[in-house]
Write a new protein. Sequence first.
Length: 216
Amino acid sequence: MADQKECGFIDLVGKRIVPDELEILYSEPFSEETLTRDFDIRGGEWTVSDGWLTGKNPENDVKMIISRAEYFGDVFLDFRARTVLPSTHDICVMWNGQWDYETNQQGASYVAAVAGWWDGKVGVEKSPDFTFNALSGLFSFEPGRIYHIQCGCVDGVAFLVIDGKLAIEVNDPDPIDTSTHGLIGFEAYASTSQITDLKIKRAVYTPIHKEYPPEF
C-alpha cells in the first residue's frame, strides 16, 4: 500500500482530505512584523529568527501565543516543528479555540501534541476540562528532529498527522461550535519548541467508501 504522504491525501473513516487542494486562509512566514501584527503573546517567551517561531517556557504550566484573527469553521493546520535541545518534549498546537482574557486562560479549544502528556504520547484533547482525549504512546519521537505536522477537524472528527501518516483520529460526540470558536495558537509547556512554514487552511473532505477485497 502506498504511503499517504506519497499519495498526497489523508484518509479518515469515510473521508478523504487532499491538503494541496484546500483553500489557504493564512500562510505568512514568521517574522518580527507578523509576530506583532498577527499574534498575541499570552505567556512565555516567543521570538522569531530565520522564519522560525520559538516558544520557551520552563514551567509546568500552559503559556501560549494565539492568533489575533479568528478562523471559524473546520480548519486544517499545516506546519513544521521541532523541540530545541536540550528540550525533549511537547510540541503543542490549538485550533477552534477561545480565550478568556479576564483570567488569561484557554477556553474551549482543540489541542494536539507530539511528545506530550509526560510520557511522550501523541494525541488530541479538548480544553478546558480535558475529559475528551485520544492518546497513543506508539509514536517514536526524536528530540530536535523536524516533523511535518498536520491537524484539525472535519465534521467533529479531530485528527493528527505526522510526516504524512495518520497518528490519531477521534470522533468528538459533543464537538466545539466552530462557528464561534476560531482562534489558533501554539503552546509551550515546560519546553522549548520551534514552528515554521505555518499554513491555515479550510478543512474539507470528499466522502469515500472502502471495503475489504476477498482474502479467502
